[in-house]
Write a protein that binds this ligand. Structure first.
Ligand code: PEP
Length: 242
């Protein structure tokens, strides 16, 4: 199974500047960089790039939105869809996320589809059910899917410095794979790489990846310095996802 590290710059530019950063990472098959939209073309000229979001429409009167085809025109191969910051801060529902996934696939992009529960849901024992429902919600958008990546990103771990433990992750990735097999077309259910995101650092990747199920990482804060992101990328070689 393919391994990946995805750098989600969010609304930031690495301190060292775009070109220096991307050149330090180099062009690698296992790395995807997701810059803010205005820098997408520049990044995509140097390495594999992702949009951080896309519209659920192909074109039209949608001020401020960016269509999946436009991301492709800028050189993106991937797009992050359903990130918890989009769901939480911008009110994106499961239905909207499903439409975005569908339009991204139509445009020839590989969706990086994010799921994850918040602290309260986890404390109440509802994490597996919550994430399974998020997975089920996009199932009908996947008729034409060729390739899709899943990112398990528990909200309580994003940007908090409180990463999931290896054992939480082992359980969740097992359950996520089961949900994919119940709700998604067979050809992607068993092959879609499952990444983990949430306060990933070079210091915790060996615990996070040690369960043999994670196919890589979606990284926010720790990707903003190429030196730290490169250390995380090096950890991909030690993964052995089932
Ligand atoms: C993210 O936003 O996708 C993320 C994982 O952020 P961080 O690594 O900062 O927790």
């Amino acid at each position: 199974m393919k391994r990946f590290a995805v750098a989600n710059w969010k609304m930031n530019v690495p301190a060292e500047g775009i070109e220096t950063y991307v050149q330090a990472i180099g062009r690698r098959d296992d790395v995807v960089i997701a810059p803010p939209f205005p820098y997408l073309k520049e990044v995509a000229a140097l390495t594999t790039a992702a949009g951080q979001n896309c519209a659920d429409q192909r074109s039209g009167a949608f001020t401020g939105e960016v269509a999946p085809d436009m991301l492709r025109d800028c050189g993106a191969s991937f797009v992050i869809v359903g990130h918890s910051e989009r769901r939480r801060l911008f009110g994106e529902s499961d239905d909207l996320v499903a439409r975005k996934v569908s339009k991204a696939i139509d445009a020839g992009l590989t969706p990086i589809f994010c799921v994850g529960e918040d602290q309260l849901i986890r404390e109440r024992g509802g994490a597996v059910r919550f994430v399974s429902n998020q997975i089920r919600a996009v199932g009908s958008s996947l008729e034409k899917v060729g390739e899709i990546v899943v990112a398990y990103e528990p909200i309580w771990a994003i940007g908090t410095g409180r990463n999931a433990t290896g054992s939480i992750l082992a359980e969740m990735v097992y359950e996520i794979r089961g949900a994919l097999q119940r709700f998604w077309p067979a050809h992607v259910a068993s092959t879609a790489p499952i990444l983990y995101g949430g306060s990933v650092t070079p210091e915790n990747i060996d615990d996070l990846g040690g369960n043999g199920r994670v196919a890589g990482y979606l990284v926010g804060g720790a990707c903003l310095e190429s030196r730290r992101f490169l250390a995380i990328c090096s950890g991909l070689e030690r993964l052995d996802p089932a």
